[in-house]
Design a protein around this ligand. Structure first.
Ligand code: ZN
Ligand code: ZN
Length: 303
């Protein structure tokens, strides 16, 4: 049955190890929590279209309990609507063999197709609710859930939002997301090591009258001043780029033990996208091959 899901453009979305494909016009509108428990919402220009929730340390027995909770929540929300509602269970939204699950549909003023599942691999209880505002809601929900993955794979966590896709080693946890218009700055931590992934829009305007190296120095300011660093011009994927590597100055190490004394970064300007990218790694010592591997996972114009 044609359902429109094959013709409209889709894009990847990834947040805290949750990965799936969504219609292109849905984008991140809310995020809270961490890898253990959290929630994200994606919206289009009119409404929330996808809600994803996860909770660590769950069990398969927790699925019916979580389902009741979510349905009760939806009923509360929809009961405020004058048009009433109808909840249908066991909608066979997916046919997962590896994850115990229960799906439901809720029809009122709008239609919500949802599912609660338990992943034996990561022991998380998760919930997804999809509301398209269109008649083919179940088909869109199925397409979203088709390739859904809820835990890191191959030792890496892939993040993908606002058309910005990158991976970081699984052991790193998100410490600070800064999502400003024109600048996405994600900071991840594992013990004393930090990874920063930055994307800045309107590169042409940002670099008017300044070189890439000058911009980089200004962007980090004090954060790289403590390092005896070398910044060299280079190429990355054919783009104008710079590489920066250095160690913290001895007199700055002072009495603070186990600070990231080593820093390495690559920054480049993608003219095709008119964006600037930085991948920076700070640690006690060089991350060796991991730097190259994960710097290479920050996608720009070509995917
Ligand atoms: Zn999982
Ligand atoms: Zn590029």
């Amino acid at each position: 049955m044609p359902d429109g899901t094959a013709t409209q453009p889709w894009q990847p979305f990834g947040w805290q190890a949750m990965r799936l494909e969504v219609p292109e016009e849905w984008s991140l509108s809310h995020a809270e929590g961490d890898g253990k428990s959290g929630i994200v919402r994606l919206s289009d220009s009119r409404d929330v279209r996808l809600t994803l929730q996860w909770q660590a340390n769950g069990s398969a027995d927790g699925v019916p309990v979580a389902l009741e909770k979510h349905i009760a929540q939806i009923k509360r929300e929809i009961s405020r609507s004058p048009s009433g509602w109808q909840v249908k269970r066991e909608t066979n939204l997916v046919n997962w063999r590896d994850r115990p699950h229960e799906s439901y549909a809720c029809r009122g003023e709008s239609e919500v197709n949802g599912i609660v599942w338990f992943c034996p691999a990561c022991k998380r209880i998760c919930h997804a609710a999809i509301s398209t505002g269109a008649e083919d809601g179940a088909a869109v929900a199925r397409r979203c859930l088709k390739g859904l993955c809820d835990h890191p794979t191959d030792g890496a966590t892939t993040w993908s939002f606002y058309g910005h896709t990158f991976s970081i080693p699984e052991r790193f946890r998100l410490e600070r997301p800064t999502l400003r218009t024109g600048c996405l700055e994600m900071v991840f931590r594992h013990r004393e090591s930090l990874i920063e992934v930055v994307r800045v829009s309107l590169a042409e305007e940002v670099l008017r009258g300044v070189t890439l190296i000058e911009w980089f120095k200004t962007f980090y300011g004090r954060r790289i001043e403590d390092f005896r660093r070398e910044i060299t011009e280079s190429k990355h994927r054919g783009h104008e780029a710079l590489e920066c590597e250095g160690e913290m100055l001895w007199h700055r190490r002072a009495s603070v033990l186990f600070r990231p004394y080593y820093m390495r970064a690559i920054a480049w300007r993608c003219s095709e996208e008119d964006k600037l990218y930085i991948f920076r790694w700070s640690a006690i010592k060089s991350p060796a091959n991991e730097f190259e591997k994960f710097a290479g996972k920050v996608q720009c114009h070509e995917t």
